[in-house]
Design a protein around this ligand. Structure first.
Ligand SMILES: NC(=O)C1=CN([C@@H]2O[C@H](COP(=O)(O)OP(=O)(O)OC[C@H]3O[C@@H](n4cnc5c(N)ncnc54)[C@H](OP(=O)(O)O)[C@@H]3O)[C@@H](O)[C@H]2O)C=CC1
Ligand SMILES: O=C(O)[C@@H]1CCC=N1
Length: 272
């Protein structure tokens, strides 16, 4: 990223996380620009990150090597179509919009080199993970630029087929919400078992953090880590048996299937 100039279209939550990650990695404020219709958003992002902000998207992309579009999926068509006349053929366009395919982006933008990716909200803490897919027009140098950009906020992983981004969205894009749901449910259950709410909450959160650290640091599978917690005929076995008797794995598979299906459905609904 030493000299790469990056323009963000939309300066909301995900864009601000990425801008923060780039700045924390030492990318100069002068290399980054952004545009957003909200005056308050522009003022806040400028105050936090020192970058230049524009109301006009065309001004933001002028002279940029990489244009990262970070508006809501529903706004993508209009934003891309309006941006098309301002783009140069060699500018790499990166989209983080859920459920917007490269085919749609190409229809709206023309033959730009395109990278479609799916980050997640822990990007805010530089603990995110993103799946990336590049079209054929993307050069090796542009691939490296896209990877560096997403690596500023966590781990960046390439996928071979665009369809796999529906699965990435289901696993990691939406994934933080599943863990938050489990945290909510465990905290509530702890409270029902007689703990004060703040104690139930801290026990749950520290357990989630500790388990995630263990799973990341471990050289054995999660199933083996689980086995090591599970004493024969003990408390964990009672809980796991209850989870499984109530169809836990099927529940998770169905939920992720619903997310992936919705990602593909959004492509149909918003892509024309
Ligand atoms: N949130 C998540 O967990 C994840 C989101 N994504 C994707 O990231 C994208 C952005 O999401 P998120 O950051 O959460 O959304 P936000 O709503 O926080 O950010 C979008 C920003 O774009 C602005 N905007 C609207 N219209 C335009 C326009 N015409 N030109 C420029 N900017 C515009 C919005 O302004 P205003 O609010 O005034 O309309 C807003 O500030 C989405 O496509 C989403 O699918 C991807 C992975 C995870
Ligand atoms: O819920 C959504 O559609 C977006 C995409 C992944 C996370 N949030």
């Amino acid at each position: 990223m030493s000299k790469t100039r990056i323009a963000f279209i939309g300066a909301g939550n995900m864009a601000a996380s990425l801008i923060g990650g780039l700045r924390a990695q030492g990318v100069d404020a002068a290399q980054i620009r952004a545009s957003d219709p909200g005056a308050e958003t522009r003022a806040r992002v400028h105050a936090e990150h020192g970058i230049q902000l524009f109301e006009d998207n065309a001004q933001a992309v002028d002279g940029a090597d990489v244009v990262l579009i970070a508006v809501k999926p529903q706004a993508m068509k209009a934003v891309c179509q309006a941006l098309k006349p301002s783009l140069k053929p060699n500018q790499l366009v990166v989209s983080i919009a859920a459920g917007i395919t490269c085919a749609s982006l190409r229809n709206w933008l023309g033959e730009q080199p395109l990278v479609r990716c799916m980050p997640n909200t822990p990007a805010l803490l530089r603990q995110g993970v993103s799946g990336l897919y590049a079209t054929e027009q993307v050069s090796a140098e542009q691939r490296a630029e896209a990877e560096q950009l997403l690596s500023a906020v966590g781990v960046a992983l390439w996928v071979d087929s665009e369809q796999q981004l529906d699965a990435v969205t289901a696993v990691s894009g939406s994934g933080p919400a599943y863990f938050f749901l489990l945290i909510e449910a465990m905290t509530a259950a702890g409270e029902k078992l007689g703990l004060p709410r703040d104690v139930a909450s801290r026990l749950t959160l520290q357990t989630a953090l500790g388990a995630a650290h263990m799973a990341v640091a471990s050289d054995v599978e999660a199933s083996e880590l689980r086995r090591r917690v599970t004493s024969p005929n003990g408390t964990t076995e009672a809980a796991i048996k209850s989870f499984q008797a109530n169809g836990f794995e099927v529940l998770v598979e169905k939920a992720l299937g619903a997310a992936a299906h919705r990602s593909a459905e959004m492509a149909e609904q918003l892509g024309n």
